[in-house]
Design a protein around this ligand. Structure first.
Ligand code: C2O
Ligand code: CU
Ligand code: CU
Length: 452
C-alpha cells in the first residue's frame, strides 16, 4: 500500500467524552418520500449552532429503495435561498440528477421521478447549487441512501437497520467560541481543506452503540467538505471491506485501516463477539485523530466472518470494445484557480459529448506544481466506474469495485472505465473536495444515446 504512505496523518487523542447513544436517521421508503429542506439548530456541548436539515434540524432521513422501484419524491424547499438536491451515485435521468441545472427556488418544490436501475449500494444525497454546494452541505444538508436488491437480500450479513447495520455519516466541523459552525473559508482552507476541530458522527460528538455482539455492518460516508479521513478501530481490529461507492466488491478486503476522501462510501463488517468496548477512530489529515463512535459489546452473541461471502462481479458493459479515451488534468494554479483541462466550470458550456452505450476509458491526472501539493478527487455523475490502474498499478481490492468518486494524490494518475447507458442529458464531473468544486473544478458533459 505504497500510495497511502505518502499521506501522513497526525495522531493525537481527541478530547471527547462519549455518552449519548448514536442517533440513527429515520429510515424512509424512498419511493414516495417527502423531503422538506429546512432551517434548524444543532446542540453541541451546551451551545447551539444554526444548521440546515431535511425533515429535521441536521442531516436527513435515510432513504431505502429496492432495485426496480419507481420513485416519486416530493422535495420542498422552505429555505429563503435556492438549493438543489443531487442523488450522489445514482444512475438517473439527467433532468432528475439534481445538479446545478435543477435549481429549486426559495419556497419552491421539486418532484423527481425515476426508476432504480442499479445494484445494491450505499449512496447519499446532498445539495449541488452552483458555487454554494460547500456551504449548504457544511450546514447539514446530507442524507444516506440504501439500495437493496435480490443479491443483497440473500446475503448472510447484518441488515437490521440501526441495530446491526449502522449508517455513519462522518463530518468534521469548526466550532467557534460561541458554539456556531459558520462557513467562512479563508484561502488556505480552500486550498487544503476546510477541516474542523470537532468530529460529528450522525451529527453527534463521539456517540455510543451497545450491541449483543456478533458481526456489525457499518455503512460509512465521508460527509466532510474537504477532509481526508482514515478509519480504524482503536483496538487495531481487522475489519472486512465488502462494498465501495456503488456496491459490493468483486473481492472483499480484510484491512485494519481505510482512507475515505469526501463523498466516498465503504461498507465494512467487524466482529464484536468478544465482550468489551472499542472505538472507531477517524484520523483527519492535517488535523489529528478523533474518536468517532464507541462500541460496547455484551458479547452475548457470537459471530464469525468465515461463512461470509459478499463477493460480486463488477463488469462494465462493453469493456472489451472501448470507444473514446479522454484525459482530464486536475490543476491548482494558485488563488481560487482550480481547473480541469485548464478550464473552470461554466454552466453555459458543455465540455464534451459522450455517445451513450459505449465503454470509454478516462484518465485523470492530479498535476501538482512545486509547492502546490493539493489533493483532489474525481467524481462522475450517473454511473459507477471501474478503476483500471493507479499510476500504472492495478488497484487494491477495496478500490477494484464500483466507484463514483476516486481520490487522487498529487502527481498521481488514475485510469478508469465507464459506460453511460439508458439516459440522455447533461451530467457533471468534478473534484469532490467541495471548496475546489465551488471554485470552478467542475465540468459537464452531455450523453447522447444512439437513436433507436
Ligand atoms: Cu456528491 Cu456532483 O456530487
Ligand atoms: Cu454526484
Ligand atoms: Cu480538488
Amino acid at each position: 500500500m505504497n500510495r497511502l504512505i505518502i499521506v501522513i496523518f497526525l495522531i493525537c487523542s481527541g478530547i471527547s467524552v462519549s455518552g449519548e447513544s448514536l442517533y440513527i436517521p429515520e429510515l424512509l421508503d424512498g419511493t414516495d418520500a417527502v423531503l422538506k429542506i429546512q432551517e434548524g439548530k444543532l446542540e453541541l456541548d451546551g451551545s447551539q449552532s444554526s444548521t440546515l436539515g431535511y425533515n429535521g434540524n441536521y442531516l436527513g432521513p435515510t432513504l431505502r429503495f429496492f432495485q426496480g422501484d419507481w420513485a416519486d419524491i416530493k422535495v420542498q424547499n422552505s429555505l429563503k435561498e435556492e438549493t438543489t438536491l443531487h442523488w450522489h451515485g445514482m444512475h438517473i435521468p439527467a433532468e432528475f440528477d439534481g445538479g446545478p441545472h435543477q435549481v429549486i427556488p426559495a419556497g419552491g418544490n421539486w418532484n423527481p421521478r425515476f426508476q432504480i436501475r442499479q445494484n445494491a449500494a450505499t449512496l447519499w444525497y446532498h445539495p449541488h447549487l452552483m458555487g454554494k454546494t460547500a456551504e449548504q452541505v457544511y450546514k447539514g444538508l446530507a442524507g444516506m441512501i440504501i439500495i437493496e436488491d435480490d443479491f443483497s437480500k440473500n446475503l448472510n450479513i447484518p441488515s437490521d437497520y440501526g441495530v446491526d447495520d449502522i449508517p455513519l455519516i462522518l463530518q468534521d466541523r469548526r466550532v467557534d467560541s460561541s458554539g456556531q459552525f459558520r462557513y467562512r473559508p479563508a484561502m488556505p482552507d480552500i486550498m487544503h481543506g476546510y477541516s474542523g476541530n470537532v468530529l460529528l458522527t450522525n451529527g453527534q460528538v463521539y456517540p455510543e452503540i451497545e450491541t449483543e455482539g456478533g458481526i456489525i455492518r457499518f455503512r460509512i460516508l465521508n460527509g466532510s467538505n474537504s477532509s481526508l479521513m482514515r478509519i480504524r478501530f482503536e483496538s487495531g481490529k481487522t475489519f472486512r471491506v465488502i462494498a465501495s461507492d456503488g456496491g459490493f466488491l468483486p473481492v472483499s478486503a480484510d484491512m485494519d485501516e481505510i482512507i475515505l476522501s469526501p463523498g466516498e462510501r465503504f461498507e465494512l463488517l467487524a466482529d464484536f463477539s468478544q465482550k468489551g468496548s472499542d472505538s472507531l477512530i477517524c484520523d483527519v489529515l492535517n488535523v489529528g485523530g478523533f474518536k468517532a463512535l464507541q462500541i460496547e459489546s455484551s458479547g452475548r452473541k457470537k459471530g464469525s466472518m468465515e461463512e461470509v461471502n459478499t463477493n460480486r462481479d463488477f463488469i462494465i458493459p462493453g469493456e472489451t470494445d472501448i470507444g473514446e479515451e479522454r484525459y482530464f488534468k486536475m490543476e491548482t494554479g494558485g488563488m481560487r484557480n482550480f481547473t480541469i483541462n485548464s478550464r473552470t466550470m461554466d454552466m453555459k458550456r458543455i465540455d464534451f459529448e459522450v455517445p451513450g452505450g459505449q465503454a470509454e476509458v478516462w484518465t485523470v491526472e492530479n498535476v501538482s506544481r512545486g509547492m502546490m501539493q493539493i489533493l483532489h478527487s474525481f467524481h462522475v455523475h450517473d454511473v459507477q466506474f471501474r478503476i483500471i490502474d493507479i499510476d500504472g498499478n492495478p488497484p487494491p481490492d477495496h478500490l477494484a469495485g464500483p466507484k463514483d468518486t476516486v481520490f487522487i494524490l498529487p502527481g498521481e494518475t488514475v485510469r478508469f472505465i465507464l459506460n453511460f447507458q439508458d439516459y440522455n442529458g447533461i451530467y457533471m464531473y468534478h473534484c469532490h473536495f467541495l471548496e475546489h468544486e465551488d471554485n470552478g473544478m467542475m465540468g459537464q458533459f452531455e450523453v447522447i444515446q444512439e437513436a433507436g
